[in-house]
Write a protein that binds this ligand. Structure first.
Ligand code: B1M
Length: 210
């Protein structure tokens, strides 16, 4: 029987099948799917980041770990399921231009969906115009942006400026997040809120819409 700690280790090794097997085992044994994500899969990928920074792991290995992590999240997601409550609001969400990281964004989406929000997912590397177009077309209450690179963070401000220019800024709440993003940065660029994790992102969206 795998433990959450062992699951984290398996994410680090990047063995997709083993991560799937261990995740399944834990879920079948009745482990809370959110715990599997937050205390098994996420610590694993975080350690990958540390080792990458220290030059102990390289991009291909980081990719394998990311795929293994995603496979585990998919299985946990099936257990979390949806909600029967009517839609809590619509959120347009994307990883900003230049940013290919989407694990965190997808977790935020998953949590929002399971809390009754409907999502328009712009995917990764989403250009400024794509956000603007999506707001015009889908009329969401919230625009969510994710950035994992310090070099892509400024795109969030570009999106806010473009929404402003198009007269759309007052019609939506803008929420941002991602590992390098902070509350101070959110205030600096004029976002309505920042969330450090997926659970807080849901709370924040609910709060902003009330
Ligand atoms: Co990249 N990468 N990566 N990477 N990668 C980081 C981000 C890095 C910190 C690693 C390091 O050096 N320690 C570093 C960035 C350094 C910096 O900018 N300061 C880095 C780098 C340098 C790079 C490349 C440039 C490497 C290269 O090619 N030389 C390259 C860039 C590609 C690009 O985007 N253009 C690159 C590539 C990749 C992979 C493709 C291999 C892979 C991504 C796969 C994928 O996402 N599909 C990858 C990975 C896996 C990572 C690390 C290891 C893990 C990221 C992750 O998924 N974390 C990462 C190190 C790290 O962050 N510790 C690293 C788990 C995830 C659940 O957390 O995304 O933070 P996170 O999301 C959280 C919260 O932040 C929050 O909720 C989530 C759940 O709790 N949140 C939000 C996120 N978005 C939110 C939005 C919200 C609210 C909350 O509102 C809308």
């Amino acid at each position: 029987m795998s433990s959450l700690k062992e699951l984290a280790e398996l994410v680090i090794t990047g063995d997709i099948q083993k991560v799937k097997d261990a995740t399944k085992q834990l879920l079948e044994a009745g482990e809370d799917p959110l715990r599997v994500i937050n205390e098994g899969l996420i610590p694993g990928i975080n350690e990958v980041g540390v080792r990458f920074k220290e030059g102990e792991m390289f991009v291909p290995e980081m990719m394998m770990s990311a795929q293994a992590m995603k496979a585990g999240v998919e299985l946990a997601k099936e257990k979390i399921g949806g909600t029967d409550i009517p839609t809590a609001g619509k959120v347009v969400m994307g990883s900003v231009k230049g940013d290919l990281h989407d694990i965190g964004k997808n977790l935020v989406i998953m949590m929002l969906e399971s809390s009754g929000f409907s999502i328009v997912d712009l995917g990764v590397d989403a250009p400024v115009e794509k956000f603007v177009q999506a707001v015009k077309e889908h009329k969401p209450q919230v625009v969510g942006m994710s950035a994992l690179l310090t070099t892509t963070m400024p795109v969030m401000q570009e999106v806010i400026r473009a929404l402003d220019k198009e007269g759309l800024r007052s019609k939506v709440k803008v929420v941002i997040g991602g590992a390098p993003v902070t509350q101070e940065y959110a205030e600096e660029i004029g976002a309505d809120g920042y969330a450090p994790d997926a659970g807080t992102a849901v709370e924040l969206c609910k709060q902003l819409l009330n």
